[in-house]
Design a binder for this molecule. Structure first.
Ligand SMILES: [Mg+2]
Length: 177
């Protein structure tokens, strides 16, 4: 079966503080506390015809709190947990680097680290993204700054029901058309 990636707008979500609570350097499945209705929100975006991407700073790797392999295991686990509820994350970008880390090989001031837009730009290079209608959700100013630098609207999420927040965004997007 050939899979042709359809051009679609993208919903680009931060991880910590959006899909799950930001409990500081979450590197293992047992530390994940899901945001209320996280899977419903992702499924809503799938069903509305968006690519759903995650972009996440993970300096815990550079700081030696968890390895990149552990991070990948966690991200795979999160995607499979969401999939149980019919929710699909199409792709993930993470930035393991931090200039004040301690782990050799991860100490670069990397262009993917938010507030820089590198992760968003990389996703948009690898997928057929329709810019109009695309947006970012994050819980920090650095998420919104990354969105702005990539010329996308950014919505600041304060926590709570993620699906209700996404539903409101989609209503606004529809009314803009
Ligand atoms: Mg965050």
């Amino acid at each position: 079966m050939t899979s042709i990636k359809q051009p679609k707008p993208a919903a680009i979500l931060d991880r910590d503080g959006v899909l799950n609570y930001d409990d500081n350097y979450v590197g293992h499945p047992e530390k994940i506390r899901w945001m209320p209705n996280a899977a419903k929100a992702v499924k809503r975006l799938n069903d509305a015809g968006y690519h759903v991407f995650v972009f996440t700073n993970q300096s815990g790797v550079a700081r030696g709190y968890f390895t990149e392999a552990e991070l990948n295991t966690l991200l795979d686990w999160m995607r499979s947990e969401l999939a149980k509820d019919g929710a699909r994350i199409d792709d993930v970008r993470y930035c393991p680097h931090h200039p004040s880390g301690t782990v050799e090989g991860y100490l670069e001031d990397h262009p993917w680290r938010k507030p820089k837009p590198g992760m968003i730009l990389d996703l948009m290079q690898h997928w057929p993204v329709i810019t109009k209608g695309s947006f970012v959700i994050g819980d920090r100013d650095s998420d919104i700054e990354a969105a702005t630098a990539a010329h996308l609207p950014g919505f600041l999420f304060a926590g709570g029901d993620l699906d209700a927040f996404v539903a409101d965004i989609l209503k606004g997007q529809i009314s803009l058309r």
